[in-house]
Design a protein around this ligand. Sequence first.
Ligand code: PLP
Length: 484
Amino acid sequence: MSSISSANLQRVGTNRLVQLLGQWSTDGGPIYRALAGRLTELISEGSLRANELLPPERSLAEALTVSRGTIVRAYDTLAADGAVSRVQGSGTIVAGRSLNVGAGSDEFVGERLWMAEGAAVDLLKAMPTMLPQVADLVSAIDLSSHAVDLDGAEPLGWWRLRSSIADLHTRQGLPTTPHQILVTSGAQQAISLVVAAMARPGDVVLGEEDTWPGLIDSVQHVGARFEPVRLDADGLIIDDLESKIDRFRPGLMMFNPQHQNPTGSRLPPARVEAVAALARRHRIPTLEDRVSADLGFDRRHLPAIDEHDTGGYGLLAGSLCKVVWPGLRLGWLRADAQVINRLRSHKAMADMFTPALSQAVGLAVVERYDELLDQRLAQLRPAADLVVDTLRTDLSDWVFASPRGGMSVWAKLPEHASASAFVQHASRVGLLIASGRQFSAVDADCPRIRIPFTASPPVLAEGMRRLVDAWRTFDRRPLAANPF
Ligand SMILES: Cc1ncc(COP(=O)(O)O)c(C=O)c1O
């Protein structure tokens, strides 16, 4: 048995391996053999590299909801083929030559959302399709009218676009000047820039206990600590927020309170005001992620935190990606003009400036924002109805609140059913869907499934059929009873 210094090893996180594995067990043979086969593929294509340490048997077994024996047999099969070495005290290590091309050991909460699609129906992502009107808008753009902007290189974004976005906020009840807008490549970049500029390693950042993983991961990525604030059916519990502020003295707070992802809840106006007051009183920069705030089926305006007095501590991330087209990658940060100027260099460092073509399309889109929003809502409403009807008819023991907007339904499985085990089972019958774990700042098996209603009607209908089928064939007995 060889000995190896663990200092030379790169650890492959369990989430990362589950994501790489994708769909691996659909051929009907023994699961360990299918798993070994898929791992061999990952090694030969270079997704798993020499000197990478595979996850411990127990944690991989839990994540894949198979028995530990299945993992042991799969690893032993690889060892017999010389693809890995099994080193006592160190673990299972990929054999062969190493091309040292990066860390590869980062573990991201949201990693599974980016799983390879293969032949499965993908209900993992809450990503709407491109609105058909975008094609017409793009072909009507006259680039010659943008000559000055096209040759410019301003990290903060085109002045005309910043002005249009500021006008949109002002029209919606949040007076804004163009100086307060930084154009970003999607809201995610706004989030990452704020975290990179404002959170230091060791700092505490407060956020919702179940939230968009891009918020959690951006915090953990810079070495700061994400502390969860408890939620009820309406969103943030203000008493808990207050006590977490007193206890942790956070350097930053980040919430997505309206049509919250993943819960779909809307934070009531009185609580929105309370969050603003806490930000002001404790002088804590507070980022409101509003990517879904306008997606209310009743078209009601849901006030932003910064519509109240935050003492200048309010920040807001907006985006056209949900309303119009995720592929546009056009978002923004709204903040105090001084903050925007400080972030200018951070933006330049990230990607110089947002691509000119996205800004040109973004300008055309913002000018027709209300009309395009109506189109998006006309798609989302019937899609939400389909999910709700299927749940009521065929999954009547699941508990959920009917969505009032947003992009997904957050459904609770009946007592004792493991959501992680269920999504693994669903992937084996050709449906990719996320469990609560992909949105949880606490690494716990929250008994929830997020069902997005953003896919095209035929894909969503097929996905719901597979969801019902997966539940019908799901073995709810504890893991030990599962054969391998
Ligand atoms: C709550 C939330 N914030 C931010 C993002 C990222 O938005 P964008 O596509 O504009 O980067 C998403 C994407 O799904 C989201 O759900």
